[in-house]
Design a protein. Structure first.
Length: 235
């Protein structure tokens, strides 16, 4: 967050960093509040510019970040293994498609997902042809503070990971819709394109699995609805 703050990106002030007795790193930050107005078009553009700065930070490796005093280093050496540090679900987990919670809830998605399998592997990094970036990965409403429609602060980088920039576009789409994702992508100099929709399917499969584990039927319905929307965009 200090690296982002130094460039003018609105994030909480870091008061202290250190190590817990367990060996885990901790960060103590200021509390940032906003209002209930929600984002304006300019606010989504603010978020896109903030993500553009995040994506441009120097990094190495792939996946969830290692705890280090200096530099941003992903824990994995390949893009696919990097995604596996953060996402669970077909095809990354090597399991059977019909064993996935998303498919148990919506078996009609099997045919389109099978047809898209090669493209899903491509956006995951096989072959390794896509650029990587330091991504936030979890852009739900609780991670963003708005004030008078503008971005007040971007929060919680605990799940930041090195992966395709389309990850963050898909995350915005999952939690806020494709219209917001398009505004964010434009301001971040990214495309809200086929790759974003493909990555959206990886997110939907992951989110459905988490919902099934945690007993969240509404969240499972949300994942299914988003997956169907992605499939329509890809048709």
């Amino acid at each position: 967050m200090r690296a982002l703050s130094a460039t003018g990106v609105p994030v909480p002030e870091v008061l202290d960093v250190g190590w817990l007795p367990s060996g885990r790193a901790f960060t103590l930050e200021t509390l940032v509040t906003g209002d209930d107005a929600g984002p304006s078009a300019a606010g989504w553009a603010d978020l896109g510019r903030a993500l553009g700065v995040l994506h441009a930070l120097p990094h190495a490796g792939f996946g969830l970040l290692e705890d280090r005093a200096v530099g941003f280093q992903g824990a994995a050496s390949t893009s696919v293994d990097g995604l596996r540090t953060r996402l669970q679900g077909w095809p990354l987990n090597g399991g059977e498609l019909f064993a996935q919670p998303l498919l148990r809830h919506a078996p009609d998605l099997a045919t389109p997902l099978r047809a898209l399998e090669a493209e899903l592997w491509r956006v995951a990094g096989t072959p390794a042809t896509l650029p990587s970036a330091l991504c936030h990965t979890d852009l739900h409403a609780g991670q963003i503070r708005w004030q008078a429609g503008r971005l007040r602060a971007l929060l919680d980088f605990g799940d930041a990971a090195v992966g395709p920039p389309a990850w963050d576009v898909a995350s915005v789409a999952y939690f806020h819709g494709w219209s917001a994702a398009a505004r964010v992508a434009e301001a971040a100099a990214l495309a809200c394109d086929r790759d974003a929709a493909l990555f959206g399917l990886l997110l939907a499969l992951h989110r459905a699995g988490r919902a099934a584990e945690q007993g969240g039927p509404a969240r499972l319905d949300e994942a299914v609805a988003f997956a169907r929307g992605c499939v329509r965009r890809l048709a």
